[in-house]
Design a binder for this molecule. Structure first.
Ligand SMILES: NC(=O)c1ccc[n+]([C@@H]2O[C@H](COP(=O)([O-])OP(=O)(O)OC[C@H]3O[C@@H](n4cnc5c(N)ncnc54)[C@H](O)[C@@H]3O)[C@@H](O)[C@H]2O)c1
Ligand SMILES: [Zn+2]
Length: 359
């Protein structure tokens, strides 16, 4: 079992990662003085893993209530938030209680936000059930719901009190979702950690087989890398920008696909584009581009992206004059494990690169 501390000032919290970690959860929350747990999950995850968690809690003498939402982004709404809050009220969850978010990023954001506002904030435990949530959304304390067409319009920074990532839960994840998460994992490697890249290259096969032994150090390293950025300043977007490697074009791909493209796959295409832009403007060599491509290919990335074209993606890439801040700041790789922030790129360069990558 690996243990990483997210050292946010004043309220550091542990992230426990490993096969069977869920079995340790009841004991860990009892040590926090918790007597009752309100579990928020989605219908799919509830059917697969809800019983295991609930039995564990009640088996340790804890009171456990469960609230189930429908899977999908629609769960991140004010309506669903109100339902979760009604559930917390009906369950009489007070300050000695805890909200447990059992699910992917959707449930994590909704339940985390409910914990942030219920009784002006009670403790939350994140139990990410998919690989993407384990390496990204469960860490860092961003919570919230959507409003109208604005994603994450209403939310709060609310750091969890504990994160429990049980690698056994990944067994039930559809393969395409499992693989897409490697978009985010390769991001950490290329932008922040050359030795993680080496590990991914060496252990690609066991990782493809979902070996917990191979996964544990990889998930732990990604968590450590995100934790470092978050602990430096949880609210400072400029520092967090390194985490956005591949996301400028990635977000454009998501938008062009009407949000049907898997996030990790969109980011993978975004990294292909960013590395080629970096090469074109002389910030990296072709060996880096080739090595990143090869690494992503091992995990089937970018793979299938629903009917996006170069032109629809380019239309969605923020341009200098249009974007709110007045300029787009690209994150571009210099060498394996090191990226540079805040680079301005000419629109023609972006267009040339994206047209070469997409039909
Ligand atoms: N807070 C943050 O820092 C942060 C970061 C990135 C993304 N997000 C948010 O996360 C959301 C997306 O999260 P997501 O990609 O994890 O999707 P998700 O939470 O919707 O999960 C995807 C699907 O996987 C299923 N699933 C989860 N675990 C499973 C398991 N073990 N076995 C089988 N099926 C399983 C779920 O039921 C769901 O249908 C977005 O709303 C995004 O804004 C937040
Ligand atoms: Zn991302």
């Amino acid at each position: 079992m690996a243990r990483v501390i997210v050292d946010v000032p004043g309220r550091p919290y542990p992230v426990v990662i490993g096969r069977g970690a869920l079995q340790a959860l009841p004991r860990l929350i009892k040590e926090m003085g918790v007597t009752a747990a309100a579990v928020v999950t989605d219908r799919t995850v509830a059917g697969l893993w809800g019983g295991v968690l609930q039995d564990g809690l009640t088996g340790h003498g804890l009171t456990a209530w469960v609230h189930v939402v429908e899977p999908g982004e629609h769960a991140k709404s004010l309506t669903e938030l109100e339902r979760v809050l009604n559930f917390l009220e009906a369950s009489r969850v007070d300050r000695r209680g805890v909200v447990i978010a059992l699910g992917g990023g959707t449930v994590g954001d909704l339940a985390g936000f409910a914990a942030a506002v219920w009784l002006r904030g009670i403790r939350c435990v994140q139990v990410p059930t998919n690989l993407l949530a384990m390496v990204d959304s469960s860490i860092g304390g961003k919570t919230g719901v959507n409003l109208g067409r604005t994603k994450n319009a209403v939310g709060a920074y609310w750091q969890p009190a504990l994160v429990v990532s049980d690698l056994a839960l990944l067994e039930t994840l559809p393969n395409t979702e499992y693989l897409a998460a490697f978009g985010e994992i390769v991001k950490y490697a290329v932008a922040m950690d050359g030795s993680l890249a080496e590990r991914l290259e060496a252990d690609a096969q066991p990782l493809l087989n979902r070996s917990s032994e191979a996964l544990e150090p990889v998930v732990a390293r990604c968590v450590e890398l995100k934790a470092k950025v978050v602990a430096a300043d949880e609210r400072e977007e400029a520092l967090r920008a390194i985490l956005n490697y591949g996301h400028t074009v990635g977000h454009a791909v998501e938008s062009a696909s009407g949000y049907t493209a898997a996030h990790g796959r969109a980011v993978a295409l975004g990294m292909e584009a960013a590395a080629r832009i970096s090469l074109e403007i002389g910030l990296c060599d072709s060996a880096l581009v080739g090595r990143q491509d090869a690494l992503m290919e091992r995990f089937g990335l970018p793979g299938e992206l629903p009917a996006v074209t170069a032109e629809t993606v380019l239309a969605a890439v923020p341009r200098d004059k249009k974007s709110v801040s007045g300029s787009v700041h690209w994150v571009l790789p210099r060498e394996m494990g090191r990226a540079q922030l805040g680079i301005k790129v000419r629109a023609e360069t972006v267009a040339r690169v994206v047209r070469a990558l997409l039909p």
